[in-house]
Structure formats: C-alpha cells, structure tokens
Design a protein. Structure first.
Length: 256
C-alpha cells in the first residue's frame, strides 16, 4: 500500500500559504489503478499561472512532506480570482507510476508530470513519517487553523473591497464607513498569531457586508416591483385610449 499527499498551490508571492487555501488531499492506494480529479481556481485577479505540487507524507503542512514533483500551468487568460477552472487529475497504475495533469477548462491548455514509483518513500520512511505526524498532530492542527483563518480573512477583504467599488453610491455612506472600518480592523490582525482575534474580525466584516448585500438586494427588488407596476399602469391606460365606442341605430320592424 502507498500513501500520496497531493497539494495544489497558486503561483503567487504567498504561494506557501496558498497551498492550504485550495486544500490538500490524502490518498491511500493499493496495488491497483486509482484515479482522482478536482477542480481548483486562482487566488488573485488576472493570475496567469498556477503551480501543482505533488508530495508524499502525512503532515498537514506541505513543507513537512517529501516533494515528488511539481510543474506550472501557465497561459491562464486574465480573469477575476475564483473564476478560472483548473482541473487537476492524477492516475496511479498497478506499478505505482503516478501521472498528474492540470488543464485549464477554458483554453483546454494542459501540463502534466509523470512520477516513477521509485521516487517515493521507502516503507521505513513512511512509517517514520506516520510517527512524526502523530507526534506533531496538535501542532500541525494549530498551524493549519491559523493559515486557513488568514486565507478566509484575505478572501473577505478582497470581496468586501470589490463590493464597495462596484456598488458605488448604491451603498449608504454610514454602511460604507462601517465596512471600511471592519476591513481596516481585519487587516490589522490577520497576520498576527491570535486566531480568535482573526476569527472575530472576520465574522464582524462578514456580517457587515452581508447586511449591505441584503439591503441592496431589497432595494433592487423594490425598484423592479415599481417598474413592473408603472409598466402595467401605462399598459392599462393605453388600452383605454384604444377602446372605441360603437354607434348604433334602432331599426323599426316594418312588418305589422
């Protein structure tokens, strides 16, 4: 039986943290063929490339596992973060040979890597890594939680700033001020070590932006209802104008 740690990393300045943003996958495989695939996306606007990093091990963080190989898929068309769809798949045959492929679903452009069975860890090394994983389980869990909280914070900041920019004067000045204050507060703590502070600031920003989003949605619904009402009123008025009263003449029956 073998063990594979599979990680997808966006190729950005903060790529080490972004390994965890897009998550990692652990797969046990026996002496039979195995196939898996997953769709990922980008972490920043107009991101032109992503890095696929394949590792073996049982630790939560990529740096604590053994690298089997890595490659870059470039040529991704400019698009907002989260829009591109990068499908990453891997196949392991009965001989332990691993093929990993990444494909941009929009352009169909792809890159791949083949990793021979001999590139992995020995049985002794695998056993040692399992022991290390058990010893460092709590420590790794805390590291992972902190990075995930930071990634969520960065996503909220990005989404909130984008909403403010796109909504413009559709957002009330007092609501805009509140969101800007929440963004500033989250930026202040997101790189710190206090996990609870990061979560608290993230939740406060999330609630503020959701409140504004709900208000904008209600305003849009109200405007649409008024528009529909005006259209119906105009249509009824036009129907009345087009109605013509008919004239008639009473004809007496000449037959007596």
């Amino acid at each position: 039986m073998g063990f594979l740690y599979f990680s997808f990393a966006s190729f950005t300045r903060d790529s080490q943290n972004l390994v965890v943003i897009f998550s990692h996958y652990y797969y046990y495989f026996f002496l039979s063929s195995t196939s898996k695939n997953q769709v990922f996306s980008t972490a920043s606007d107009s991101q032109p490339q992503v890095e696929i990093h394949v590792l073996q091990g049982e630790r939560e963080m990529a740096t604590d596992n053994k690298t089997l190989g890595r490659f870059i898929l470039d040529g991704i068309p400019p698009a907002p973060r989260g829009i591109p769809q990068i499908e990453v798949s891997f196949d392991i045959d009965a001989n332990g040979i691993l093929d990993v492929k990444a494909k941009d679903k929009a352009t169909q452009k792809e890159q791949s890597i083949r990793i021979e069975a001999s590139s992995g860890l020995s049985k002794e090394e695998i056993e040692q890594m399992r022991k290390d994983a058990e010893v460092h389980a709590d420590e790794d869990k805390k590291k992972k939680a902190k990075i995930e909280a930071k990634n969520i914070a960065e996503m909220l900041i990005h989404t909130s700033e984008k909403t403010l920019k796109e909504a413009g004067d559709k957002i009330k000045s007092e609501d805009k001020k509140e969101i800007e204050e929440k963004i500033a507060a989250l930026k202040k703590v997101k790189d710190g070590d206090n996990l609870e502070e990061i979560k608290k600031a993230s939740e406060e920003l999330n609630q503020a932006i959701q409140k504004v989003g709900a208000a904008m949605y209600q305003t849009a619904q109200k405007a649409q209802a008024e528009k529909t009402k005006e259209k119906k009123s105009s249509s009824d008025s036009q129907d009345k104008k087009e109605t013509v009263e008919g004239e008639y003449e009473e004809v007496e029956d000449k037959k007596k």
